[in-house]
Design a protein around this ligand. Structure first.
Ligand code: 3PG
Length: 183
């Protein structure tokens, strides 16, 4: 897994190529394209086809229908803001990594029961950041976290320096990549 997972919102399909090129130019080889826009599915399909060197995944996947569409479009991983059992089952069937949002012991226990050992911790800044993840890690030493929400260039290394942080996610990665690409 890449250590930086850009949360990417594509509003117009025509932006897809430029966004992926900007990420590659910044040395980022993956993208979580969010199911928040009408063209998300099409953008995943286009990015997965035109940028086979990148790991293209789908984010903000909140139900089984979206998960199926994302996988058919070529998504290599699925991220949700919370935990969907339906999405977990679909991903398990296809052997695709699923990172559900989990911020409580109960949610983490549910993830473990579904065979998931890496969870998104979202919104990381609101649910207690690194201190909260460290406290959760005591009863759940097998769990790795992907903090997302409020992660930025300033606090990035603090998160990544803890061994239980598998990666960090954030929209700032896409924003920075676009800025440096436009220069
Ligand atoms: C997400 O969907 O994961 C968040 O919108 C990303 O949060 P950020 O914009 O604070 O990085």
């Amino acid at each position: 897994m890449e250590q930086l997972i850009p949360v990417v919102v594509i509003k117009q399909i025509g932006d897809t190529e430029r966004y992926m090129q900007a990420l590659l130019h910044s040395g980022v080889n993956c993208a979580e394209i969010t199911f928040r826009t009408d063209c998300a599915e099409q953008a995943i399909e286009l990015a997965a086809r035109q940028f086979p060197q990148m790991e293209i995944g789908a984010g903000t996947v909140i139900n089984g229908d979206q998960a199926r569409r994302a996988l058919a479009a070529g998504a290599k991983f699925i991220v949700s803001p919370g935990l969907s059992e339906e999405v977990a089952f679909i991903c398990a069937q296809k052997n695709i990594p699923y990172y559900p949002g989990c911020v409580t012991p109960t949610e983490i226990m549910k993830a473990i029961s579904l065979g998931i050992h890496t969870v998104k911790f979202f919104p990381a800044n609101v649910y207690g950041g690194l201190a909260a993840m460290k406290a959760l890690s005591a009863p759940f030493p097998q769990i790795k976290f992907i903090p997302t929400g409020g992660v930025n260039r300033e606090n990035l290394n603090e998160f990544l320096s803890w061994e239980k942080v598998a990666a960090v996610g954030g929209s700032f990665i896409m924003e920075e990549a676009l800025k440096s690409w436009q220069k």
